[in-house]
Design a protein around this ligand. Structure first.
Ligand SMILES: C[S@@+](CC[C@H](N)C(=O)[O-])C[C@H]1O[C@@H](n2cnc3c(N)ncnc32)[C@H](O)[C@@H]1O
Length: 209
């Protein structure tokens, strides 16, 4: 009973904080599906991630703010997106509902991509169990899968932006990225809450195998 009360109080606190968040208010005004768009916006401004005509993969795409933003920047390009959850249709976005960890789902994405992608974005975050070691291992596992998939589908010289979390396994993951990309950098955009251990690794220019 006490645990249930604590959970209800913490959800109420989260909701109150969410409603006051300036990024949430701005995303509603600007018609974006989530505040996450301002993370991508800041990283795009710094890194020039998105260009006209690109083929982009959006891993963990729902509710769809990153895809909305990317679609505006790539103009006549296209996006292949995946999420465990359903996502409302968006122009230029070919959406697959499924688990990135499932090989059949990855094959469906590859079929849709045909000749490959210029950029892979991954904002995937696991459902949190509340057990830090389990959550950390799951998030690193998902980042590794995003890297593995990116290496398979990126055109030579392509780029990967992937969400990770500070903690066990991050240094090893960063090293794996460095083996695959010419340059690897860390990003912590302003819209990423400071108390969150979330950060993004950007690997630019996929090396030849
Ligand atoms: C932080 S949200 C992404 C927000 C998104 N970038 C946006 O702008 O709207 C993380 C997403 O990862 C998805 N996800 C988690 N595990 C996944 C998996 N194994 N396969 C596909 N999607 C997954 C979740 O369902 C969730 O929608």
């Amino acid at each position: 009973m006490a645990a249930k009360k604590r959970r209800t109080a913490s959800s109420a606190r989260w909701l109150a904080e969410h409603e006051k968040d300036p990024f949430v208010q701005r995303s509603r005004k600007q018609g974006y599906r989530s505040r996450a768009v301002y993370k991508l916006d800041e990283m795009h401004r710094k890194l020039q991630l998105l260009h006209r005509g690109m083929t982009v993969v959006d891993l963990g795409a729902a509710p769809g703010a990153w895809s909305q933003y990317a679609a505006q920047k790539i103009r006549d390009g296209r996006i292949v997106a995946v999420d465990l959850l359903d996502m409302e249709d968006l122009d230029k976005v070919d959406f697959v509902r499924g688990d990135l960890l499932d090989p059949a789902v990855r094959n469906r994405l590859k079929d849709k991509l045909g000749s490959g992608a210029d950029l892979v974005l991954s904002d995937i975050a696991p459902n949190m169990s509340g057990i830090p070691s389990v959550d950390q291992a799951r998030s690193i596992g998902l980042a590794e899968m995003a890297l593995h998939f990116a290496v398979e589908v990126l055109k030579p010289g392509g780029n990967l932006l992937v969400k990770t979390f500070q903690g066990a396994g991050l240094d090893e993951f960063r090293h794996e990225m460095q083996l695959r990309f010419r340059k690897v950098g860390v990003q912590k955009p302003e819209a990423s809450r400071s108390r969150s251990r979330e950060l993004y690794l950007y690997g630019s220019c996929l090396k030849e195998p």
